[in-house]
Design a protein. Structure first.
Length: 264
């Protein structure tokens, strides 16, 4: 089945708008993951995140754009949205797409990123082509079992009311030491050596003194632009199913806080 490039929501006047940009990779399950506008019958769907948290709790309007080989991210696509969510895909953003995303953020736009093996081979590279300029690199899926994230910065709005949230097979972020004055780390899977947190040897070799491996991080600019990364999409799954889902631990509170902070 050929995916639709653009799946518009029913926009409610006065509501802020969120755009999820997802790739068109079909994983081994035989159906795409992390869709916000599917029928919600699969555990890897994001339909509950959309309906219950984004539309229900936060009163946002939600659209979905499927980034195929022939579609592109353009300034016109991004302009109507308060928040753009980059669900990693199987191709690298080209120079024009990186420029469009950078200009959007520089002008006050907000962007959330996450990656996962089920989004396709080398899927994290699509985010890195944009994030590297900020001293951030997405690591590949670590193929680790489900674990709780408890090393958090409790004082930040995203972590209010969050004692722990869960991930499974995390794609963590390498935050360079030089960028830590602008990139704030809000949670870590620690210690990095424990089950659930460990990264693969090629990624371990990239970590330099002073660098931080983060699960959640944020960045802001003077024009109101906000960037954020979260290290696993499983946190937002409909469930029930393998890994974790939106009803486990403080996952729902974390999701609500994260999207509220990004859109306020």
């Amino acid at each position: 089945m050929t995916p639709r490039a653009y799946l518009p929501a029913t926009t409610v006047e006065g509501r802020k708008r969120v755009l999820f940009i997802n790739g068109d990779h079909i994983p081994e399950t035989g159906y795409p993951h992390s869709r916000v506008r599917d029928d919600g019958s699969k555990p890897e769907s994001f339909s509950r995140l959309r309906a219950e948290v984004l539309e229900g709790d936060l009163k946002l309007s939600v659209d979905e754009y499927i980034l195929t080989a022939t579609e592109a991210i353009t300034p016109g696509l991004l302009a109507p949205y308060t928040l753009v969510v980059l669900g990693s895909n199987g191709r690298v953003f080209d120079a024009g797409e990186v420029q469009a995303l950078t200009a959007y953020y520089d002008a006050g736009g907000r962007i959330l990123v996450y990656a996962d093996f089920q989004y396709g081979p080398d899927n994290w590279a699509s985010d890195n082509s944009f994030l590297n300029q900020f001293g951030v690199e997405v690591f590949p899926d670590n193929f680790q079992p489900a674990t709780q994230i408890t090393d958090i910065v409790a004082g930040h709005p995203i972590m209010q009311g969050v004692t722990s949230f869960a991930t499974e097979g995390s794609s963590q972020f390498l935050i360079s030491a030089a960028s830590l004055s602008e990139n704030q780390v809000l949670s870590k899977c620690s210690p990095l050596e424990r089950s659930g947190c460990a990264v693969q040897p090629p990624e371990q070799a990239k970590i330099k003194p002073g660098d931080v491996v983060a699960c959640t991080w944020v960045r802001e600019n003077a024009r109101g632009g906000k960037l954020a990364g979260t290290c696993d999409r499983n946190t937002f799954h409909n469930g029930p199913g393998p890994g974790t889902d939106i009803d486990e631990f403080d996952n729902r509170t974390y999701a609500r806080n994260l999207f509220r902070w990004l859109t306020q």
